[in-house]
Design a protein. Structure first.
Length: 215
């Protein structure tokens, strides 16, 4: 890990500690449909992108209820409870450190863009980020297109950027775009799924910065 000009942070599960909330909200939807609930371990094992594949693994029958309807039910329930999720404890320290060094920071997220903008503002983080890049619909499939656009807008060499995330998909996006990548377990994917991807796996945001020579 070297020569970094810009850091792209994932949001859900990387900066915002909300995987537990996603699991709990989904269990509420499952209870309403008299379907088996998930443990946090089960959630982390089956969560995936595109999100429709995750819903299939849960066991939803789209002939009985459409993916669109189920997705809206999840979003509505999550939005009602989103204030229950907080930032990981070292997030502000890490963001302050990068800002003090004069490096650029952005968020690259599968979250709906307008909601992402509102949440970042609610958490008082606006001053840390050059830009926020979320999806413009509620059914996230792939973060690579908005990542490519972000790189073009910045005019930076992808190899001099790093994507810090918590899922296999973050590693896939980084590889597709030619970015460096660091993975932090404890969000939406367990360490067992993240080892062996060919990217460093660390335990915290500050450890990630240390690996970049910024800590």
């Amino acid at each position: 890990m070297k020569n970094i000009d810009h850091i792209f942070w994932d949001w859900n599960g990387t900066l915002l500690n909300d995987a537990w909330l996603c699991c709990d909200v989904m269990n509420g939807i499952l209870r309403e449909r008299e379907m088996p609930e998930m443990s946090m371990e089960r959630y982390a094992e089956i969560f995936d992108f595109p999100i429709i594949e995750y819903y299939k693994r849960i066991g939803f029958d789209f002939e009985k209820e459409s993916f669109k309807k189920l997705g809206l039910a999840f979003i509505d329930a999550y939005e009602q409870r989103r204030a229950e999720a907080s930032l990981f404890e070292d997030v502000l320290v890490a963001l302050d450190q990068v800002k003090a060094l004069g490096l650029g920071q952005s968020i690259l997220s599968a979250y709906k863009h307008d909601t992402l903008v509102r949440l970042v503002d609610e958490h008082g983080l606006n001053d840390y980020f050059h830009d926020l890049h979320g999806h413009h619909h509620i059914y996230p499939a792939d973060k690579a297109p908005q990542g490519k656009l972000a790189l073009e807008n910045l005019g930076v060499d992808p190899s001099r950027t790093v994507l810090i995330g918590d899922t296999v998909h973050d590693a896939e996006v980084a590889e597709e775009l030619g970015m460096q990548c660091i993975i932090i377990p404890g969000g939406n994917h367990p360490e067992s799924k993240l080892r062996g991807l060919g990217h460093p796996v660390v335990t915290s945001r500050m450890e990630a910065l240390g690996l970049l020579g910024l800590g």
